[in-house]
Design a protein around this ligand. Structure first.
Ligand code: FES
Ligand code: FES
Length: 159
């Protein structure tokens, strides 16, 4: 067990944990960042998605040692000074969730998608969001929420 300084949501964050512990476990169990969810633990559902250097990454499949050098963003790091991001606001506006268990992972993946492709087609949204599973089946509203966020972003400054 050694101390590692992680860069999480813009803050240098020391954590004492074995390097082979998953990033998901570190976030939830050591740092109390419980917005990132444990779904399958096997890389199949996307509930645990965070951003590593802006790239959507399944934290249950990422070792702490492999995340140590990256800029890590979790759902807790999106809102700034009480201002939700366009993606967060669009999910609320479109009621793009039921139980909400998949939602933080969906929002993180959508955030990465719109960073890379600010005006995706519906086909691109479906393709890029593939791999994040919603057991409640809110996929149609999730697609509409991503489209709404895209429209908002193209009208205003990205956030
Ligand atoms: S908990 Fe990581 S992909 Fe399901
Ligand atoms: S809203 Fe329940 S799993 Fe997606």
């Amino acid at each position: 067990m050694s101390e590692i300084i992680l860069n999480i949501n813009g803050a240098k964050t020391p954590v004492s944990a074995p390097g082979d512990e998953t990033l998901l476990s570190v976030l939830r169990n050591r740092l109390n960042l419980t917005g990132t969810k444990y779904g399958c633990g096997e890389g199949e559902c996307g509930a645990c998605t965070v951003l590593l250097d802006g790239k959507a990454t399944k934290s249950c499949q990422t070792l702490l040692s492999d995340a140590a050098a990256a800029k890590i963003t979790t759902i807790e790091g999106l809102e700034q000074h009480g201002q939700l991001t366009f993606v967060q606001q669009a999910f609320l506006d479109e009621d793009a969730f039921q139980c909400g268990y998949c939602t933080s992972g969906m929002i993180m993946r959508a955030t990465a998608l719109l960073h890379d492709t600010p005006a995706p087609t519906e086909k691109e949204i479906i393709s890029r969001m593939n791999g994040n599973i919603c057991r409640c089946g809110t996929y149609p509203r999730i697609v509409v929420a991503v489209q709404r966020a895209s429209h908002s972003m193209t009208k205003g400054a990205a956030r």
